[in-house]
Design a binder for this molecule. Structure first.
Ligand code: PLP
Length: 356
């Protein structure tokens, strides 16, 4: 079996959940486990959170909702952030007691035709200009009597930049909506919003995703979250190369002197961004070693020089132990965000769950 592995630390996940719940106080946590729990694996993540007391989960669509319901009992809400797209989705909502988030009248029609008699959330746009009702008062009147409103939510566009003027505009607009639209619950905050703005407005449910996975959404307001993911593989071969010899596709790197390189079984088809070619680093025995040459589909190469490295040694590309590159650091190097890094790790990389 290829040694490329994603290690997920469930103990750190539990820590993060309790830390966020403590920070949220009276506000409940809806754990955002959409997109396969941001690549961490839907069921193990949701099961751990359930065991820790979480009873509200958010996924993207009915397909993810159906999968989650296979393990999460009906004492928990499974909310579909993208609501329903077709009649089949609407039927799944009824069958598995899923709670769609509604932004469009057409979604209500689909649910009505499927005989849906459950709860739903209303999604209102307050300034992000993404999907969301622009006239919530009208939409709310169209909810058939057989369905129940569970709450009203909106989403901040710039929560991770607390000083951005749009935050206060959106909060103000949401407060006005709270006064005009009667709903059993209100929800506005993602991870960053919960950390930066929870004291600015009373809401009932916060919807953190990233923070559960141990990334501090706002560095200057760090809570003490613990990263939970480690991407690692092993050294397959050690090669001695001579000054001037080139490494990998395109011969973009040549050895400045006689040296040793390690060939590692991890490539861009394992989620290692190709942008790390000639600029990333990997961790072996506490040392950070540079990636040399282009990252290939299944392999990459490290310059090991005088370091003592052997075939079979463990190589960490990002992780949660001291000194290992953080996912955030790697994402920044690749001009992206940790959300993208996490969700790009394909299923061919097996997930291993630990409690250490
Ligand atoms: C509507 C909504 N709420 C909450 C979240 C969770 O955001 P975060 O992972 O930044 O906490 C997302 C994520 O994209 C979202 O789309």
């Amino acid at each position: 079996m290829r040694p490329a592995t994603l290690i997920i630390n469930l103990q750190h996940l539990a820590w993060n959940y309790h830390l966020l719940q403590k920070h949220a106080g009276e506000t409940n946590i809806m754990a955002v486990v959409k997109a396969n729990a941001y690549g961490h694996g839907l069921l193990p993540i949701a099961n751990t959170l359930y065991q820790e007391g979480c009873r509200n989960f958010a996924v993207t669509d009915a397909y993810e909702g159906e999968t989650l319901r296979s393990e999460i009992p009906q004492d928990s809400n499974i909310v579909l952030f993208s609501g329903v797209f077709d009649a089949e989705d609407a039927a799944l909502c009824q069958k598995y007691a899923l709670t769609p988030v509604i932004a469009l009248p057409e979604q209500l029609t689909l649910l009505h035709c499927a005989g849906f008699t459950g709860k739903l959330w209303l999604k209102v746009d307050t300034g992000m200009s993404r999907i969301g009702a622009t006239s919530p008062q009208t939409l709310i009147k169209q909810i058939p009597p057989s369905m129940r409103l569970a709450g009203m939510m909106s989403h901040l566009a710039c929560a991770d930049e607390p000083k951005h003027a749009l935050n206060q505009q959106q909060i103000k607009q949401f407060k006005t909506l709270q006064q005009t639209i009667q709903a059993p619950a209100y929800s506005l905050f993602n991870s960053a919003g919960l950390i930066a703005f929870a004291q600015h407005i009373n809401t009932d449910i916060a919807r953190p995703g990233l923070a559960l996975y141990g990334i501090e959404p706002i560095a200057s307001k760090a809570l003490g979250l613990k990263p939970i993911m480690q991407l690692r593989s092993q050294v397959m071969q050690i090669r001695d190369i001579q000054k001037g010899e080139t490494v990998s596709y395109g011969a973009t790197w040549s050895a400045p002197q006689d040296m040793r390189i390690a060939i590692v079984a991890l490539g861009y088809a394992d989620g290692l961004p190709r942008l790390l070619s000639n600029q990333g680093q990997a961790w072996i025995h506490g040392q950070l070693l540079p990636i040399v040459g282009r990252v290939c589909m299944d392999y990459c190469m490290l310059a090991i020089n005088q370091h003592h490295v052997q075939v079979g040694d463990e190589v960490v590309f990002f992780g949660y132990h001291d000194g290992q590159p953080s996912a955030n650091h790697v994402a920044t190097q690749c001009q992206t965000i940790s959300y993208e890094l996490f969700t790009q790790i394909p299923s061919r990389v097996p997930r291993t769950y630990v409690k250490e």
